[in-house]
Design a protein around this ligand. Structure first.
Ligand code: SAH
Length: 343
């Protein structure tokens, strides 16, 4: 059985042609799938015999809502989906004045090991398929009844550790016969996997690259992010420069503020020095308290921001949404895995 929703329109049309069907059938099926059809029987403009043939060769992914939480504070919705094989992943839907943004997962778990992150505590179970990434957008849209204008790949998983499927997902979600979400409305966040950054740069994609930096110096970064051992922070900055040269796109640096670890004035000075010469933007994130983590939120966010700005580096503080519903990715899945009770 083949995962039909991970196929591009060209692949689908080719497969239909090989079955002796007219090429336009590919487009019809693609359109059904991208509107969230879960059953070939529902594809009413296809001949019955073709529907039966398709059902023999292909399956259609469709996650089930395992849990859904709606924030009373700001309407943020968090979904815990159960996949075909029983694994669970999270998706968050956030409303901003400029439209609705969906934050999707790219893997079941993560193997990057960032010390402050809930998604990586139990390691990586498996990669998501392109269809399972697309489903998070499709079924969040259908279940919530809200139109989606932006996508961020900032949920569970490291997108660069599953880049082939991520690129395939981008092709699908970008397609005019599908959801048609433009690349400039999509952000991809990485903990700093340099070959992935270079590959995106080569493709010249117009998506927004976010780099989870969290420290400007190698010693601090290695302490909180094991990936720094493989891809050192200075090589990472060099890769960001290359990315900017190739794409002309400004990079967003994510910086979770951790008490006594990465929040000193000296670190702000060093960060500003290393960003200089590249139109980067620093996004300061109030650390989410993770049960498993030894780290505590910093109380120096405003001072750190001021210090960066005194060096001419633009920095914003990320508004925290869904604080009452474990909206930070990884937290709800952890709860489900451990059978922990709601607070
Ligand atoms: N693996 C990718 C994308 C997923 S994480 C990456 O590392 O970028 C999304 C963002 O949340 C990253 O910037 C990550 O470092 C950050 N994050 C993880 N745990 C956090 C926590 N406890 N508090 C604040 N931000 C956190």
């Amino acid at each position: 059985m083949t995962d039909i929703k991970s196929m591009t329109l060209d692949e689908l049309s080719g497969a239909l042609a090989a079955m002796g069907e007219p090429e336009f059938r590919g487009k019809q099926i693609f359109s059904w799938l991208h509107r969230g059809a879960t059953d070939f029987e529902a594809m009413s403009n296809l001949p019955k015999t073709l529907r039966a043939k398709l059902a023999e060769a292909y399956y259609i992914t469709a996650p089930a809502v395992a849990r859904k939480q709606v924030s009373r504070l700001d309407g943020t919705i968090k979904y815990l989906w159960r996949l075909r094989d029983g694994n669970c992943i999270e998706t968050v839907l956030m409303s901003y004045h400029h439209g609705n943004t969906v934050c999707i997962s790219s893997q079941v778990g993560c193997r990057m090991g960032c010390r402050f992150c809930a998604s990586t505590v139990a390691g990586r179970v498996r990669d998501l398929s392109a269809s399972e990434m697309l489903d998070q957008v499709l079924f969040t849209r259908l279940d919530s009844g809200m139109e989606i204008s932006n996508i961020v790949l900032m949920g569970i998983g490291e997108p660069m550790d599953n880049l082939d499927a991520v690129l395939r997902f981008l092709t699908l979600v970008n397609h005019p016969d599908g959801l048609n979400i433009g690349m400039r409305h999509i952000s991809l966040s990485t903990c700093g996997v340099i070959p992935g950054i270079d590959r995106l740069a080569e493709l010249g994609t117009q998506l927004t690259l976010s780099v989870s930096l969290h420290a400007p110096d190698s010693t601090t970064r290695s302490r909180i992010m094991p990936v720094n051992g493989a891809y050192d922070v200075d090589e990472l900055f060099a890769a960001c420069h290359r990315y900017f040269q190739k794409t002309g796109r400004r990079i967003s640096f994510e910086y979770a503020m951790i008490d006594g670890v990465n929040d000193s004035d000296a670190q702000a000075d060093l960060l500003a020095k290393k960003i200089r010469g590249m139109p980067g933007h620093v996004n300061l994130i109030p650390l989410n308290d993770v049960v498993e983590s030894e780290f505590k939120p910093s109380r120096r966010i405003a001072a750190f921001q001021k210090r960066l700005e005194s060096h001419g580096v633009t920095a914003t503080v990320r508004r925290s949404l869904g604080g009452d519903i474990d909206a930070s990715c990884g937290q709800l899945r952890r709860k489900e895995m451990e059978g922990r009770e709601e607070a």
